[in-house]
Ligand binder design. Structure first.
Ligand SMILES: O=C[C@H](O)[C@H](O)[C@H](O)COP(=O)(O)O
Length: 271
């Protein structure tokens, strides 16, 4: 048995070994505790990164890049037409279809921008995040909202079937709502366990009794005025988006999970 941090490190090493192009020029670096091991693994490759630009997904991510001696370039400084070679990020939960929940650390909007600007989005996590359906172990969907609209969004989420959504507060509640990198609030919206494509194929219907299929619920939440973005990463993968004439997708092409026995479990998206 290995501890969770060692499991994250093993997953990060495998993900970087399999997906980091040695000649990468633009690389997305996500947020959280697992991404630290991804940057560590990139450094351990020992390759020349002088010409490589690393695009952060927020303050913590930027500090991680800079602190590792790599060059950070903010998302809005990416020259027009540039597509990231690859983007790595953590996740709070990943389902059988490689849909993810993200935002447990209050980052999701910039993470989605970066993932969707990349040819390939790779997820790195530990075994707790590996589930058949979203909201199995991780109970809430994080939603980033404009502060002025927060109470209205709470009501609308309840109408969709969320059970007691709450505005996330700082650890010391006296400090009030947790602010994102955009100075927005995060609402944590609990929903019942979500449906997969296999569930739909088996005849289950999205939306009944507040039980939703991932893409459908993501769309419904995004439609609420005041929502900047939702912590469901679903839909197309990068290659699928490129084939459709776009740039990148929200859904990873692969997710790596460090397991308690020291092995790494890999889930790959269907082509
Ligand atoms: O808001 C945070 C991000 O979405 C993280 O990538 C996610 O919460 C996973 O973080 P960790 O690697 O710390 O589990």
């Amino acid at each position: 048995m290995i501890d969770v941090e060692s499991a994250k490190r093993a997953a990060a090493q495998a993900a970087v070994a399999n997906h980091y192009p040695k000649d990468a020029r633009w690389v997305g670096i996500g947020s959280g505790t697992t991404i630290i091991y991804v940057v560590e693994a990139i450094k351990a490759l020992g390759i020349d990164t002088a010409a490589t630009r690393y695009v952060p997904t927020g303050y913590q991510s930027r500090q991680l890049i800079i602190g590792s001696g790599l060059t950070a370039v903010e998302f809005d400084a990416i020259p027009p037409g540039v597509v990231l070679d690859v983007a790595f990020d953590g996740a709070d939960e990943v389902d059988d279809d490689l849909n993810c929940i993200k935002g447990g650390g209050a980052c999701l909007f910039q993470e989605k921008l970066v993932a969707m600007q990349a040819k390939e989005f790779i997820c790195v996590a530990d075994s707790r995040k590996l589930q058949h359906r979203l909201l199995t172990n991780w109970k809430c969907i994080p939603v980033e909202v404009a502060p002025i609209a927060a109470y209205r969004v709470l009501d609308k989420l309840k109408e969709l079937g969320s059970i007691e959504p709450v505005i996330r507060t700082n650890l010391d509640e006296k400090e009030g709502p947790r602010k994102t990198d955009q100075d927005f609030f995060i609402i944590d919206a609990p929903f019942p366990v979500m449906l997969t494509q296999a569930d739909l194929a088996a005849g289950k219907v999205s939306g009944q009794n507040g039980v939703w299929e991932v893409n459908e619920l993501s769309k419904k939440i995004k439609e609420i005025a005041g929502v900047l973005d939702v912590g469901i990463f679903s839909g197309l993968t990068g290659p699928q988006a490129t084939a459709a004439g776009g740039i990148g997708g929200q859904r990873p092409i692969a997710a790596y999970f460090g397991m308690p026995d020291g092995s790494v479990s890999v889930r790959m998206a269907a082509a």
